[in-house]
Ligand binder design. Structure first.
Ligand code: SF4
Length: 452
């Protein structure tokens, strides 16, 4: 008698939009589904469970999620047993209304309930259409139920949520109140990732440098000391920092720990004090400049990136000129600039003097035009230098790979006869600078082994 055919494995597909927090949440979804015996697939058509891990930071991102749901509902029409779940910030924001808007949707899972995926799927199988949103305590966070595969860096959440309530931002609504994880849990997770083979650790939080030991006195500077000293942490980075929460003790850590990468994302949003006040940011352009000077004194090779919003309600031409001046003066290595997007439940849409779309567009284009030659010039300074590159994947051109320098610049290079596995490092010489990347040649250093 012949052996029975093995059952076809059930599969899942997770589509992720937005920030690193969402990326890590998707790893948590994948881990839980794999614990239930499902395998990942790259093809939604093959999937038995499809999760959309959504972002609502801008209106466009939200619209994209619903248009994608519109496509997946057609798959569900062909295969009614397919489970379709809406997760992430849009899920948190719209909750039960999503079930009315998309009748094929099986469940809605909010940002603080990621650890409840298995329970929500079980409820669905019993016939409910569950909506798990809101910010109850305690939150489930199991580091052993996170699928870390397929990524080159180990991400660790330090803080969930945000209490700042900047007037343009929906995050406090979609991610809830700020909550720091205990230092011992963070250290345990970093050790686990190092044992797993990760060379780069990225600490995450909406205001990561506002971390405080729950019920204790230690702050983010102490946490950096504890994590940077863990053996095997070759590269340490953190995102996103809030300018007002940066202290001199934190800045000094850039001089103290060589494995703390010389890169910092420090959102400024505007160069105008008047607009910063309207945004409720709690710092001025001058204090931001002082902080940048302090950081550069502590770590002269530090590369800075930032976020900018143009067309914020009430932004005058003079306010915009102040932003242009700041961008010219600080010379960011890169930036993320956007037109203001009104978000529901935030204060900014009620401000007077909205900026028309055409003006906002023009301002955005002007910023890009100013920034491009700055980036080209800064990247040009690295030509002929040797860099350690953490390989992040394969390039579009056959036989090429890409990676990141310690200062977080993208590098493209030919893989050669012995390609480097994503997650390992290689040494390159930079041969050419482009505005958004570097072209390099791999030097003959043998690739180092990694447990990953
Ligand atoms: S600090 Fe401001 S911009 Fe950042 S997540 Fe919190 S509210 Fe949003």
């Amino acid at each position: 008698m012949s052996a029975p055919e093995p059952a076809t494995p059930r599969r899942f597909f997770v589509e992720t939009w937005g920030c690193q927090m969402n990326e890590l949440d998707s790893q948590r979804f994948a881990g839980q589904l794999m614990q239930q015996g499902l395998l990942p697939t790259r093809h939604p058509r093959e999937a038995d469970v499809i999760l959309l891990n959504s972002c609502s930071v801008r209106d466009k991102a939200e619209q994209k999620v619903f248009s994608r749901l519109g496509q997946y509902r057609l798959l569900k029409a062909e295969r009614p047993d397919l489970l379709l779940g809406l997760c992430g910030c849009v899920a948190e924001q719209v909750g039960r209304r999503a079930l009315r808007r998309v009748p094929e949707l099986d469940f809605v899972l909010g940002t603080a309930r990621v650890g409840e995926l298995a329970a929500v799927i079980a409820r669905r199988r019993r016939g409910e259409r569950p909506v798990a949103t809101g910010f109850s305590d305690p939150r489930h966070y199991e580091i052993d139920a996170i699928s870390r595969d397929g990524t080159y860096k180990g991400m660790v959440t330090l803080i969930e949520g945000c209490d700042k309530h900047c007037t343009f931002c929906i995050v406090p609504r979609t991610r809830g109140p700020e909550r720091s994880r205990p230092l011992r849990e963070v250290v345990r997770e970093v050790r686990h990732l190092v044992d797993y083979g990760f060379r780069e650790i990225e600490l995450l939080g909406q205001t990561v440098n506002h971390w405080r030991e729950p019920g204790g006195t230690q702050d983010f500077a102490d946490l950096l000391d504890a994590v940077a000293r863990i053996e095997g942490v070759e590269r340490l980075r953190f995102v996103t920092s809030y300018p007002r929460d940066f202290t001199s003790r934190m800045v000094a850590r850039f001089a103290r720990h060589a494995n703390l990468c010389p890169y910092l994302h420090l959102p400024v949003q505007s160069g105008s004090d008047r607009v910063l006040r309207l945004m409720g940011r709690g710092y001025t352009a001058a204090s931001y400049r002082d902080l940048v000077a302090e950081l550069r004194a502590a770590r002269p090779d530090i590369a800075l990136s930032t976020d900018l919003i143009v067309g914020f309600p009430g932004e005058t031409e003079e306010d915009f000129r102040a932003t242009v001046e700041l961008v010219r003066e600080i010379r960011f290595g890169s930036f993320f600039a956007f037109k203001y997007s009104p978000r529901p439940g935030t204060a900014a849409p009620r401000l007077p003097d909205p900026v028309d779309d055409e003006t906002a567009d023009r301002r955005l284009q002007e910023l890009f035009q100013i920034q491009e030659p700055i980036q080209l010039e800064l990247n040009g300074r690295l030509v002929a230098s040797e860099q350690d590159v953490l390989v992040t994947g394969w390039g579009r051109e056959p036989g090429t790979q890409h990676g990141r320098t310690r200062c977080h610049r993208v590098v493209h290079f030919a893989a050669g006869d012995t390609p480097t596995r994503p997650g390992d490092t290689t040494r390159v010489r930079v041969e050419k600078a482009l505005p958004h990347s570097l072209i390099a040649r791999r030097l003959d250093a043998p690739p180092q082994a990694s447990a990953q």
